[in-house]
Design a protein around this ligand. Structure first.
Ligand SMILES: Nc1ncnc2c1ncn2[C@@H]1O[C@H](COP(=O)(O)OP(=O)(O)O)[C@@H](O)[C@H]1O
Ligand SMILES: [Mg+2]
Length: 299
């Protein structure tokens, strides 16, 4: 697996505030990597540092296995603040200017306009665009020169539901073309829908990181009850994937160490002559997990 970005013990302090605290992470090719954290957790500062916009106090990072350079910068597309284009110029013209500043030729402009769904409006002035279209133009601009990685900081902030849906679809489409993505967001729902990997950030520290799927799977539990809960409990504890059990109001909440389907459990118990009066899968969402992590971090 090719490492796209490797961050090693990166720190940044603003006066008394430790915005980012010895943060380390790796992003590998093809990942849609979510940096999830509440406001002020250090997401933007982290992105600013890896884009050479903010100077770290200490720590280091590499892009594509090498020291950051002008060449590596050309392989990175980023949308990190509210889009800033010339209001009286068209999308097409604005992109020509971006291309000129970045020393790219104009051959990629039509492609990025199509990708972002702005092709039909390419000759309209920027100021006539909806906020969602403005944001998509920012993505178009970041996609110029076909980068290996696209970095987005809170890309759906301030958008209406339709605008949000458009941007999310666009991100997934870009990801499906094999472009690695880093998405910073304070929205769990967004990370859950878009990302396959997540690092949960709080107060400049990574609390947890892993595949989004794993985060969900670990926290699933199955509710069980039978006429003889003692026998049920013994049988469940003997299951090879058994992890833990909580008893509450005559219902056993069982967590398995791997993904175990309710059907398989029912079958397993049936073989042990235990019949269930209750069987429900309870998904603890990433949100609950996330909130719990934050609570732990506070105390
Ligand atoms: N230029 C700055 N000057 C002083 N404090 C800052 C500056 N930029 C960020 N901070 C502080 O650093 C912390 C992290 O901010 P930021 O990286 O913007 O978080 P996020 O993007 O997760 O909301 C916050 O407490 C914020 O107030
Ligand atoms: Mg931010």
């Amino acid at each position: 697996m090719e490492t796209i970005l490797s961050i090693n013990q990166l720190s940044k302090r603003y006066g008394r505030i430790q915005a980012v605290n010895k943060l380390s992470l790796e992003v590998v090719k093809g990942q849609v990597f979510g940096i999830l954290g509440p406001n002020g957790s250090g997401k933007s500062t982290t992105l600013g540092m890896i884009l050479d916009l903010i100077r770290p106090d200490s720590g280091s990072f590499t892009w594509f296995g090498e020291h950051p350079s002008k060449e590596s910068r050309k392989r990175i597309g980023a949308v990190i603040e509210t889009p800033n284009f010339f209001p009286y110029l068209s999308a097409r013209k604005n992109l020509e200017i971006v291309a000129k500043v970045k020393d790219y030729d104009n051959s990629d402009i039509e492609r990025v306009l199509r990708t972002t769904g702005l092709y039909d409006r390419k000759n309209d002035k920027f100021k006539t665009y909806s906020f969602g279209m403005k944001q998509r133009l920012a993505v178009a601009s970041a996609l110029l020169n076909n980068p290996d990685i696209l970095i987005l900081d809170e890309p759906t902030n301030g958008l209406d539901p339709q605008g949000i849906a458009h941007i999310r679809e666009l991100i997934l489409q870009v990801a499906s073309e094999g472009i690695t993505i880093i998405l910073a967001s304070h929205l769990l729902d967004e990370v859950q829908k878009i990302c396959n990997y997540v690092a949960v950030l709080n107060k400049g520290n990574i609390l947890f990181s892993g595949e989004v799927h794993d985060v969900l799977a670990i926290s699933d539990c199955i509710e069980l009850a039978s006429a003889d809960n003692a026998a049920l409990k013994a049988a469940i504890e003997a299951h090879p994937a058994f992890h833990s059990i909580i008893e509450s109001d005559g219902i056993l909440l069982v967590v398995f160490s791997e993904d175990v389907r309710p059907g398989a459990i029912s079958e397993y118990l049936h073989q042990k002559n235990i019949s269930l009066s209750h069987l429900t899968e309870r998904k603890r969402t990433l949100e609950q997990h996330f909130l719990e992590l934050l609570k732990d971090n506070e105390s």
